[in-house]
Design a protein around this ligand. Sequence first.
Ligand SMILES: *Cc1c(COP(=O)(O)O)cnc(C)c1O
Length: 420
Amino acid sequence: MKKETICIHGGYSPESGEPRVLPIVQSTTYQYRDPDYLADIFDLKATGHMYTRISNPTVEAFEEKVSLLEGGVGALAVSSGQSATLISLLNICSNGQHVITASSLYGGTVTLLSTTFKKLGIEVSFVDQTLEIEELLKYARPSTRAVFAETISNPGTEVVDIRKMSELAKRIDVPLIIDNTISTPYLCSPLEHGANIVVHSASKYLDGHAISLGGIIVDGGNFNWNNGKFPELTEPDPSYHGTKYVETFKEQAYIVKARMQLLRDMGNNLSPFNAFLTNLGMETLALRMERHSENALALAQFLESHPKVDWVSYPGLESHRDHELAKQYLPLGASGLLTFGVKGGREEAGEFIRNIDLVSLVVHLGDVRTSVLHPATTTHRQLTDEELRAAGIGPEMIRVSVGIEDIGDIIEDFKKALGE
Ligand SMILES: *Cc1c(COP(=O)(O)O)cnc(C)c1O
């Protein structure tokens, strides 16, 4: 099946007389007639659901759909994108170990890695993703356990060279984890370019309607854990009566361990209702991503020629530093995220926000509605202009999530808000 078809049919194929549309299994619990069968589920000898914290049929269908779209061997849905990043790393890193991450990242990921991971005793090096491989290798340590980056960074709009990062990870013999939230599996398949694990905030384009939080981790099944660095995957797990994940689950070892160990213990599962809503949103993912990308490019071109606009950053524009990488990794479109600078600065950007009408000011991105955010007066308002510039977020910067409305109506609203 092609991606357009997987979006609609992937993950759920009903038997005769069963509901045509994925049902919500709103049950915490499952019933068994034979105690031996339940015992086999607990022993991981039989597949089946035991408790919704671990798995649920509606959630499972969503997991299967995203796994098929990404070309993985299995997926684990969780309560948010933050949970996905957290579990994807904790599954293979612990106290005393180290992670290399590209520094152009979502703000929540930055604080998770720089603050909470530090408390857990995991050190993180934030690196410039444009560096050559030999420079990047200088950050590697014997304790390094993963390399992390975002396909298109939020809000940086930088496109990462996935093949280069994959080469870096291979040279260190650790997996490459890619946050594919902004590009979605429709526009980019990181596993095909050498990534080993993909994570998403499903709250953005997968849901697509700003209605439910969720996250997902996809296992590429393409990393050899048997290299001495990952005893938790190769040696017996005492918390699961001695299961050896790699020996028993082969290429699915990573994702089975994430579910049976971390989801069991931490409990950040996705609710069946949110899985239902996200699955429904995903049925139109292919159509929406085409329109998000088309509209974003048209708006970026309009803004680039506007006298009151200082600069525009959108990977689909030829003027963008990473335009060549966008052509390589995002041939179908560069998604709906762009940033631009209003001439003048903080005051003028604030004035623009006050004047928008159709477009809304929200702390979110990736849904059907066009929305904007002014980091200097909202998410980053505690920073001075100098600090903002140092963080690559000037006081004049507006982040736009371009929706799928008529592009003429979107441009009209921007025109009015910029004062022609
Ligand atoms: C929003 C976002 C996250 C976090 O997702 P939540 O679902 O809000 O927890 C992670 N990565 C990227 C790139 C995001 O845009």
